[in-house]
Write a protein that binds this ligand. Sequence first.
Ligand code: FAD
Length: 422
Amino acid sequence: MTLSVAVVGGGWAGCAAALTLAEAGVKVSLHEASRTLGGRARAVELGSHLLDNGQHILLGAYAQSLQLIERLSPATSDGLWRLPLAIEQPPDFSLVCPRLPAPLHLLAGLLAARGLSWRDKLAAARWAHAVLNRDEPPDHSSVSQLTRNQPEKLNRLLWHPLCVSALNTPPDIASARVFRDVIRAAFGGCNHHSDLLLPRRDLTSLFPAPAAARVLELGGEVRLSSRVTRLDATVDAITLDTRDESVTYSHVILAVAPQHLSALTNQVAALETLSDEVGRYDYQAIATAYVQYDPTFRLPKPLFALDNGPAQFVFDRGQSHGQAGLLAFVASTATNLPENWLDQAEAQLQRIAHPGPVLWRKRIVEKQATYACVPGMRRPAVRTAHPRIFLAGDYTASPYPATLESATLSGVQSARALLEKP
Ligand SMILES: Cc1cc2nc3c(=O)[nH]c(=O)nc-3n(C[C@H](O)[C@H](O)[C@H](O)COP(=O)(O)OP(=O)(O)OC[C@H]3O[C@@H](n4cnc5c(N)ncnc54)[C@H](O)[C@@H]3O)c2cc1C
């Protein structure tokens, strides 16, 4: 049987998988349940405003995602805005990493940080050195345990907000090992790995849409509003049902979010353990609120960290996306947000700027934004116990937590594993 592959799920993982297969000359059909590609990182239209389901940020260490975005972008377009790492939270705290070789840039940033005592700075530098150089923390330990000897102020202003934004999991239950891996990826390699990259376009047009366009160009199919409702797997083939039809393929890559996996795998006996393991995941919410102020308003910098309230960051979409006067507030680990959280977030902003009257506001809460990245969690490989079924998604085994980088890495790896199949 010649290869004909269905990719189920048009998020960043599925788009990366479909693109890799199409570029290898394989006949591929990408099925996406919704009308928009991108999954948990997609464009959302609000009247004449093009927003995202959630404000995203990439790290300079996200080599796979950056390579895919840059390769597919027209030479004239600048999809990402690269900024050296700066965590600025006026008037209390500021950490800016200068352009020195890594990890000296972190050390220099910590020593020059505003708002920390010398004792705090030295404690932070020692801790960072140990995390970058010493053995792995035990697999059962949490970020709170990893940082328990750090001064309270450092945990409050730096390590715990970093954990919440990188892992979207509260430090008390977040995996110390995954946090350590993120710190190492950001600060242990080249100095530009800790750069922050802000999208300048909506998230669908940043990668999923150009990837799908390339798949079509190469003779593949992209089916939107095509939810796969049933998967039937035999030793010879995979048959997928959608509302309109039933189609048989040689292989399938399941690139759905972990919470949607068992709806497709529960009929496949070989995947029972996989369904059980992934079925035990817990999830954390992320809330993004867009607030439109007068178009003449701009923040002094494109993003600021926020303390003492539900939001951890505020982004100026005027500076990144040309949407003048529009700010995006982000609250991670937002599972139990109070009803008035956006009022509280706007009060947090008052410590930095006074933007004047609000013209409109829009809140988007993704209740299952990411799985909780807890110690000892089992993340499956892209190959499954069924030789014709492969996985892609941010929950598969990866050095990163639930991020765009885990998603794109898994998509490319899954497609390559399928092409190399025994
Ligand atoms: C609000 C928010 C903020 C975030 N911020 C960041 C950030 O700043 N940086 C970062 O790196 N990451 C961030 N993330 C995480 C990142 O968005 C995800 O890790 C990544 O998008 C996951 O991609 P995926 O392809 O694995 O899964 P998904 O994006 O969930 O894609 C799965 C796709 O499968 C489709 N699907 C499901 N079932 C079916 C079916 N039966 N048939 C057909 N299609 C189906 C879904 O519609 C979806 O499009 C954030 C996530 C959220 C929600």
